[in-house]
Design a protein around this ligand. Structure first.
Ligand SMILES: Nc1ncnc2c1ncn2[C@@H]1O[C@H](COP(=O)(O)OP(=O)(O)O)[C@@H](O)[C@H]1O
Ligand SMILES: [Mg+2]
Length: 246
């Protein structure tokens, strides 16, 4: 049984057919990376999974339960199981780092304050921010804020973590620290869907890579095949171009 199964899924923004007949299974503990040109639908696929873009047709099952994205109870469940981190981290500016991480688990999930704080401290330590617990977002670099956002997502105890270009806005020396945190999560067996331009990282951590173009999945393969010997010409054109531009 796959953890996520997406079948014949189509989604639109008004008239724009943004996800076209998507079929994709994600196994538990898998690190699946999505690559493809800008505008190919990578972010839309992640947004659809957490209910920010409602599918028009097709189905999604999570742990064998079909998700009804128009049902509020299903949406609430989905958001407990799947956490998403975006390029722009959207922290609460009026709360310190610890509070930013603890607010949703205590107020929304109604978990015990002390237990949540202990978990938050250990997560912040994991992402290298143990000495910033009392800092406010405007006192942190972009890279530090992004690591707070990752800790915040993890403190919800999701089964699946979606990372949408989380290192794209960061200075190069901060990129590695964030990638290191993601490597630790990967080793711990967290199921992740990752959109990233860090191709060497994608090649290293992914169990499989999905190449998307113009709203469709063109190829799904092991990273070594995608980058060295892709089966589809469009994949080859894309990877040749990005590897050349590096
Ligand atoms: N909220 C939105 N409303 C309308 N069109 C959108 C919206 N978000 C994205 N799009 C369009 O959907 C297509 C796919 O976008 P996106 O999923 O962001 O691609 P990617 O993440 O691969 O760059 C693009 O043509 C983009 O302009
Ligand atoms: Mg995107």
């Amino acid at each position: 049984m796959s953890q996520i199964e997406i079948k014949s899924l189509n989604a639109y923004y008004d008239k724009l057919h943004v996800l076209k007949d998507i079929n994709l299974n994600v196994e538990k503990g898998e690190i699946l990376s999505l690559i493809g040109p800008s505008g190919s639908g990578k972010s839309s696929l992640l947004k659809m999974l957490v209910g920010l873009l409602t599918p028009k047709s097709g189905e999604v099952t999570l742990n064998n339960n079909q998700v009804n994205y128009t049902n509020k109870t299903d949406l609430r469940k989905i958001r407990e199981q799947i956490a998403i981190v975006f390029q722009q981290y959207n922290l609460f500016q009026n709360m310190n780092v610890l509070k930013n991480v603890c607010i949703a688990p205590t107020k929304i999930q109604k978990r015990n304050q002390k237990e949540v704080e202990d978990q938050a401290v250990s997560l912040l330590e994991k992402v290298g921010l143990k000495d910033k617990l009392k800092s406010y977002p405007d006192e942190l670099s972009g890279g530090q804020q992004q690591r707070v956002a990752i800790a915040r997502a993890l403190c919800l105890n999701p089964e699946i973590l979606l990372l949408d270009e989380v290192t794209s806005a960061l200075d190069p020396e901060l990129v590695q620290e964030v990638l290191d945190a993601i490597r630790i999560l990967a080793a711990e067996g967290m199921t992740m869907l990752i959109v990233s331009h860090e191709m060497s990282f994608v090649k290293e951590v992914s169990s499989r890579v999905v190449f998307m173009d113009n709203g469709s999945i063109i190829e799904i393969n092991e990273p070594k095949i995608i980058f060295e010997n892709p089966k589809e010409k469009r994949t080859l054109d894309f990877v040749s171009k990005i590897l050349k531009d590096k």
